[in-house]
Design a protein around this ligand. Structure first.
Ligand code: 2BA
Length: 108
């Protein structure tokens, strides 16, 4: 058995969780905060049988891949040159995933 610890952005968390739920994975969802940017993110603890690890990772990858999305410049942003379009492409999403061996698993 393995424990997948997946840190995903808040924006993607509900999509990742829905897909895991639909595929019958048991998991725990925790509100967390990035140590560097101090922005909120979501940490998922997913205990899975070895043979289901790849499938679970694929679901996480599918719903939280790093991508570029348009974001509007703040209105009245003094730093934005007038000639720029009113939105910019910013990186969003992405997941940090750890897969660890579980030595012992029990439910009481
Ligand atoms: P990512 O590397 O994609 O990390 C996103 C979030 O995943 C992190 O949020 C943290 O909550 C978690 N995480 C990443 N690596 C981890 C690890 N080895 N152990 C435990 N948790 C981990 P933040 O810490 O707020 O970082 C947000 C983004 O800032 C990072 O995105 C990275 O692009 C950048 N970053 C983080 N630390 C940095 C540093 N020391 N110097 C420069 N940039 C850094």
């Amino acid at each position: 058995m393995k424990m997948i610890t997946a840190i995903v952005s808040k924006k993607d968390a509900s999509f990742v969780c829905d897909s895991l739920r639909e595929a019958n994975y048991a998991f725990t969802k925790m509100a967390s905060t990035g140590g560097f940017l101090r922005a909120g993110n979501v940490t998922l603890l997913i205990g899975v049988e070895d043979e289901r690890v790849a499938d679970a990772l694929e679901l996480i990858r599918l719903h939280s891949a790093k991508r570029m999305e348009p974001a509007p410049y703040p209105i009245g942003d003094a730093g934005a040159p007038l000639s720029l379009p009113n939105e910019a492409q910013v990186p969003v999403g992405g997941a940090t995933v750890f897969v660890t061996d579980i030595v012992h698993f029990e439910k009481f």
